[in-house]
Write a protein that binds this ligand. Sequence first.
Ligand SMILES: [Zn+2]
Length: 482
Amino acid sequence: MGEELGVSTRKEENFSQWYLEVVRKGGFADQRTPVKGCDVFMPWGFGIWENIQSIADPMFKERGVKNAYFPLFIPKSLLEKEAEHFEGFVPEVAWVTRGGDRELDEWLAIRPTSETIMYYTFSKWISSYRDLPLRINQWVNVVRWETKATKPFLRSREFLWQEGHTVHASWEEAKREVDEMIEVYSKIFDEYLALPFLILKRTENDKFAGADFTVAFDTFVPEAGRVLQLGTVHHLGQNFSKPFEITFKDRDQKVKYAYQTSWGFSTRLIGAVIAVHGDDRGAVIPPRVAPVQVVIVPILFKGKEEPVLKAARELLEKLKEIGVRVELDDREDKTPGWKFNEWELKGVPLRIEVGPRDVEKGGFTVVRRDTGEKRFEAEVERVPELLEEIQRSLRERAWKRLEESIVVVEDLEGVKRAVEEKKIAKTYWCGRDECEFGVKEEIGAEIRGTRYDVDESEEAKNKKCFFCGREAKFTVYIAKSW
Ligand SMILES: [Zn+2]
């Protein structure tokens, strides 16, 4: 019964295969498309994205961010305007070179990100300090022509994201924007997606192409021993405002170059939710972002169908009334066991079973997806409370697992061992490129950066660089990544 439906791979044993099975069988995405890395976001996966949007969008707007839409095509000359930016992105740009049957005079990039096309326009919108700050966001698709193996949500050629772009009168004001957006992102990832993370300032080599500095959120998947970037916030300084001539006349009548930030997260968050919270039976979706929070499965026995179905339908209506996203699975061609398997694989946080005995007792049986705990409930009002309990416990478990995955080590051997044991190495670094590139070459793990939210520089005092043994300057985190 339903054997073919379940996940055949254990998460711990082969994470990649487990992940692909869950994504496909759980109805999150379909990779069987004619173009590699351009996957279908199926309703269950897309539903999570819609919920993330409905959470994040009002938070952005509350901060004065306005949504807009900028063109998909970016002329090559525009993309080239900021040299570092162009160099950083050109290896993965998809180009349009023909229109109909004619060669184009100028190649058009399909947006890999929209700094250049937006800032071209911003320069026409901004002329005075009164036009600042400007805060624009767009929810769009982007294309990055990955050559490595692709994985739905985690690494794909086309994905969906939001990109926020702000313009300010001073470096400090842009810095405040960066810090405030870090708070907003923290809230979304932590309180809604129940995802734990390290907030890291990326190294000079690893920062966004064209940024003054980049702050990134890294979550961790213990079974895979890899960190996963959830989102980034960049302080762009005047690096774009100069080539794009985004200037404003300040209060002192002087014309100045503006300061900018950009920030984004993508549909990779769906992959992160699956990867971090899932178990051997499939995905476990945090209630606050689950497209369906509760599924009701009637347990039908011959001759006793009517009262059970009636009770199930009443429960459905009551739960809807109190704002629960709920579905009644009354398919007649599937057994309850088959349905349990399917909904477990999809990661529905709470299952409600209604059988003849539940009806007699005047209630229903709840089964938690995260713990498997099963019990009788009589009060409908208990359901939202239970969902919040699940949300909390998923969050706590995930944070605990991240904290337990960080090991402090002092030399390359220690870093190597940590990475082999699927951990994150916390260690000390001199700051030189040689050691940063060296560790990547030798063990395939990267320096992910220094803590941004907590000052850990003191810890590096009197320490030696893990790689070269010279005096250390930074406390850094090293891990494998996707
Ligand atoms: Zn060193």
